[in-house]
Design a protein around this ligand. Structure first.
Ligand SMILES: Nc1ncnc2c1ncn2[C@@H]1O[C@H](COP(=O)(O)OP(=O)(O)O)[C@@H](O)[C@H]1O
Ligand SMILES: [Mg+2]
Length: 388
């Protein structure tokens, strides 16, 4: 557990952090969010003593962080920043091995750890291990940064806008990779972002900061449904029903019983199409290549013309995709159904707009979450209706 008690950081006239108290239970993700300059980075960097607090107490697992040397402390704390800070003259494998080497691990142990971690973050060790950072895309470099931070298996991970500098699709993938890693490794994480959707997706609890102070510290659902102040309400924004979809994954509402053929459009006719809306076309490995719209086929269009060829990277979701991202992709593509594939593009099923709509309307009434006597939907009932 990470515990901050009345922590303050003052720079001359500026109170960068003003009496913050919060606890992050072991294995949970605390997301610090708030406007630029509200003190997120300062708070984060006080936890690994890159910045010394002016006053207050910071404990990790009951131990005052001031009682260890900064170097000793940082061995137990992984740190990931936006621009990664990979060493340009070291290979990917050498970058990930930095801390194990400092700790004097044996060669084989380090090598095997590096291989494992590259796989965990979704990079093939054989392909990427010997590359230099300049040969990586932004998203790949961030993955290496995460692998490096995890190398010595630190119980605590600090992340400062780690996915802030990549395009939205890459960010989505990095978030999914982070979620998967966190499900397995259960680190105690403090994660800084200025992206509300990222916070809602990844946080066990969101710490919303304003001018160095903590405005609200609660689960994302509580922040969405019961903002503690107008500031929190306004910061989260108006499209709450849609934002809530950021808490649900495609895996929870997809159906797996879809029809697919590996024979291209050749074998597709009215008979093959009976009882399904889309006949998916996959290659011999099951990788999505496109589909035939059976309604268009039934109207007399030949199969070659009723078909759509797609790049699964752009026209499909994965089970980890949030319903919010799935919805936004559907709207962008003009589809009412979206194919679901695994990380290698193999078809797994389909998610429909109807299923997402159901989740939205179910989400509007949090009967079980509300204390007795509270008015359902208040104080944001009008917005909830406007978006459904
Ligand atoms: N080294 C410093 N000297 C003076 N003021 C600083 C310094 N670092 C940060 N600040 C100020 O402290 C406040 C919080 O900064 P920071 O923690 O970086 O905010 P955030 O990460 O939320 O954008 C800002 O007003 C910033 O200008
Ligand atoms: Mg910052």
């Amino acid at each position: 557990m990470i515990r901050l008690v009345d922590v303050t950081k003052r720079y001359d006239e500026t109170l960068a952090v003003d009496g913050i108290s919060l606890e992050v239970p072991t294995g949970e993700v605390c997301v610090l969010i708030g406007p630029s300059g509200c003190g997120k980075t300062t708070t984060l960097r006080m936890i690994n003593r890159l910045i010394e607090p002016t006053s207050g107490l910071i404990e990790i697992d009951g131990r005052d962080i001031m009682s260890a040397s900064p170097v000793e402390l940082r061995r137990h704390i992984g740190y990931v920043i936006q621009s990664v800070g990979l060493f340009p003259h070291l290979t990917v494998a050498e970058n990930v091995a930095t801390v194990p080497r400092l700790l004097g691990w044996k060669r084989e142990r380090t090598a095997s750890r590096v291989r494992d971690l590259l796989s965990v973050v979704g990079l093939d060790p054989a392909e990427y291990g010997d590359k230099y950072p300049r040969h990586l895309s932004g998203g790949q470099a961030q993955r290496v940064g995460v692998a490096r931070a995890l190398a010595a298996d630190p119980p605590v991970l600090l992340m400062d806008e780690p996915f802030g500098a990549v395009d939205p699709l890459t960010r989505e993938r990095l978030q999914a990779a982070f979620e998967r890693i966190q499900r397995e490794m259960r680190k105690t994480v403090v994660f800084v972002t200025h992206d509300v959707d990222e916070a809602i997706r990844l946080a066990d609890r969101i710490a919303l900061m304003r001018a160095g102070r903590l405005e609200q510290y609660d689960a994302p659902e509580v922040i969405l449904d019961h903002p503690a102040s107008k500031f929190v309400h306004d910061f989260v924004g108006t499209d709450r029903a849609i934002k809530r979809l950021g808490r649900t994954r495609v895996a929870d509402v997809m159906r797996a019983d879809v029809e697919a053929t590996a024979d291209g459009t050749r074998g597709i006719d009215a008979a093959a199409c009976a009882g399904t809306r889309f006949m998916y076309i996959v290659d011999d490995d099951g990788v999505l290549e496109g589909w035939v719209d059976c309604r268009v086929l039934a109207a007399g269009t030949p199969p070659e013309e009723a078909g759509t060829r797609v790049d699964w990277r752009e026209a499909a979701a994965t089970p980890d995709t949030t319903l919010k991202d799935a919805l936004s992709r559907m709207l962008g593509l003009g589809f009412r159904d979206l194919a679901v594939v695994d990380d290698d593009g193999r078809l797994l099923g389909e998610v429909s707009l109807a299923a997402i709509e159901q989740t939205m309307s179910a989400g509007d009434v949090h009967v079980s979450n509300l204390p007795e006597g509270e008015v359902l939907g208040a104080p944001v009932a009008d917005e909830g209706e406007a978006t459904t």
